[in-house]
Design a protein around this ligand. Structure first.
Ligand code: HEM
Ligand SMILES: *[C@@H]1O[C@H](CO)[C@@H](O)[C@H](O)[C@H]1NC(C)=O
Length: 515
């Protein structure tokens, strides 16, 4: 009896709660235009129940309405809250720049699955806010501002081309995302903590398996929506937990070993930019530069704990892996659809690096000369941003955003994809036109694929460097077109993913070797 009453009560309470949230809204919210009811229902149900990718529901139900005024509110069923979507670039910049007023919504607010907690935790550079976030950033920023040796990416590209050529002996049609994903994980392992995952070579290391299992486990929607499942014996995932433990152990040991290694070789004062002020002769990776930044920090409270460092290493993998792989696959797609752009990119690469029939890794000087390829990269990130939205922001106090009053606690979402497809900011936004980036100044304020303000993607320059080397070498070695018939004729189709990342769906490309 009591149980039944309890269930009824909870049900009514839930309904009451939702209805209250939807209908009783503050005057501040009222002045912001709403997404029409029909689209709100389609957006929520197709997105959450039918599991259509975020990109598809965004294109179909949100983008046009949101861009009418550059700001809009909609009710999000899963979050049980009104969300203010911001697409006007000036308002987006304001949200990014006023980080004290519009903090990232704290991850402690949401129920997190055990897998996610164990894998990346709360205390990392991506999720922390305020002082703790600054602490992570202080150590990471200098590590990321070092220029990256082109060979880091170039040697992996050569490895990848060998594998592509072997695969092509059987069929010229290649699933590009599979290849770019191997490339970016290998690059990150080496760049972050000097570890070669060997994904390209297909050596299938235990660490690679553990990492991929952890990412998949964390992204399982069942557990994202119902984190309490893991408390029910039948739904526990012991194998997944073992893999995550293994992953943590391996990376932790790498950190400890490196620490030992660096302690041996006393840091000297840094005299000039080229002299790192030590006689350490191991890999100059992110871990090295971060430990070094820690060493010079006298205030022990400002240092990162080993666990925080470990979490950041894993965040670099998670945040940099699929995102850059998407960017590369999408660039290949758009150059495949727009053959004249591919020709131009190839002409540029050949003009700068010659047409000798062998792989050449561009050097730093040559990379600086790559104007058109750089424009291709930017246009790809505009038209197909790997991260179509940022994380949610929450107003920390009653404040204003442009002409709108915003109440404390309101959730605000800068919408990269919608903003990049606004006719107010971009002429013919659905057309792939690298030329729009001819003058940096025309686009700097509205091209926001990496977010902005003090939470701008810390890996932005790393990702650009990686893409420049890879695409330059790719256009010299291959010409390609999108395999016919293709599901991607009109627009690039994607699969559903946890953070809405725009991962292409079965993107098949016909490659032809030039040597
Ligand atoms: C094309 C590739 C990439 C795209 C499109 C991208 C996009 C983004 C965006 C939009 C944000 C801001 C999120 C927000 O404000 O809510 C972000 C943050 C971040 N990204 Fe990236 N990213 C890329 C590559 C990378 C790489 C290669 C790394 C690491 C090596 C990385 C590491 C991070 C980290 C650590 C943050 C959090 C920064 C902070 O909150 O202080 N990303 N990224
Ligand atoms: C990227 O490089 C530019 C120019 O070198 C620099 O001004 C900028 O601060 C860097 N951005 C990040 C996020 O590291």
């Amino acid at each position: 009896m009591f149980i039944i009453y309890g269930v009824y009560f909870s049900l009514f309470y839930f309904l009451y709660y939702v209805i209250k949230k939807i209908f009783i809204i503050s005057p501040e919210l009222r002045q912001i235009p709403s997404l029409p009811l029909i689209q709100t229902i389609q957006f929520n149900f197709k997105g959450y129940l039918a599991r259509e990718p975020l990109l598809h529901v965004t294109r179909n139900y949100l983008t046009e309405s949101a861009n009418k005024r550059g700001i809009l509110k909609y009710f999000d069923i899963l979050l049980g809250n009104w969300i203010i979507v911001v697409t006007n670039p000036e308002l987006m910049k304001e949200v990014f720049q006023r980080a004290d007023a519009f903090q990232k919504s704290s991850q402690n607010e949401r129920k997190t699955s055990v897998a996610e907690l164990k894998f990346i935790g709360y205390n990392n550079i991506l999720f922390e806010i305020k002082e703790a976030h600054l602490r992570h950033r202080r150590v990471s920023n200098p590590a990321f501002t070092h220029s990256w040796p082109p060979e880091l990416f170039g040697n992996l590209a050569i490895e990848l081309f060998e594998v592509m050529d072997k695969t092509a002996e059987k069929s010229h049609t290649l699933d590009v995302f599979h290849f770019t994903k191997g490339f970016t994980l290998d690059a990150l392992g080496l760049a972050a903590f000097g570890y070669n995952f060997g994904v390209i070579r297909g050596s299938g290391s235990e660490l690679e398996k553990a990492y991929l299992t952890a990412v998949n486990g964390m992204s399982d929607m069942k557990y994202v929506i119902f984190p309490f499942l893991e408390k029910i014996p039948r739904f526990r995932r012991p194998e997944l937990m073992n893999r995550i433990d293994y992953l943590n152990d391996v990376i932790l040991n790498i950190i400890k070993e490196r620490n030992q290694n660096l302690k041996f070789k006393k840091f000297k004062k840094v005299n000039n930019d080229n002299d790192d002020g030590d006689d350490y002769d191991g890999p100059r990776d992110l871990l090295y530069y971060m430990l070094k930044a820690e060493e010079t920090q006298d205030n022990l409270k400002s240092r990162l704990t080993t666990e925080e460092l470990l979490n950041d290493m894993k965040i670099f993998l998670v945040a940099g892996h699929d995102t850059t792989a998407i960017a590369l696959a999408a660039a290949i797609y758009f150059l495949g659809i727009n053959q004249e752009c591919q020709e131009k990119a190839r002409e540029e690469a050949i003009r700068i690096m010659g047409d000798e029939k062998k792989n050449i890794i561009p050097n730093s000087e040559q990379i600086k000369e790559l104007k058109y390829i750089n424009m291709v990269i930017k246009e790809t990130l505009r038209i197909h941003p790997p991260a179509p939205i940022t994380l949610f922001r929450r107003a920390q106090k009653d404040t204003r955003l442009g002409e709108y009053a915003i109440k404390k606690g309101t959730m605000v979402l800068p919408h990269i994809y919608a903003s990049h497809h606004s006719e107010k900011s971009w002429e013919e936004p659905h057309k792939f036109k690298p030329e729009r980036f001819t003058n940096e100044k025309d686009t700097a304020n509205k091209h926001l694929p990496f977010g902005g303000g003090n939470r701008i993607c810390v890996g932005m320059n790393f990702s650009y460097a990686e893409q420049r080397v890879f695409l330059t070498m790719l256009v010299r070695k291959y010409s390609w077109k999108v395999t016919e018939p293709s599901i991607h004729k009109g627009e690039l189709q994607v699969v559903p993913t946890l953070f809405g990342l725009t991962v292409p769906k079965n993107l098949e490309i016909d490659f032809e070797r030039r040597f």
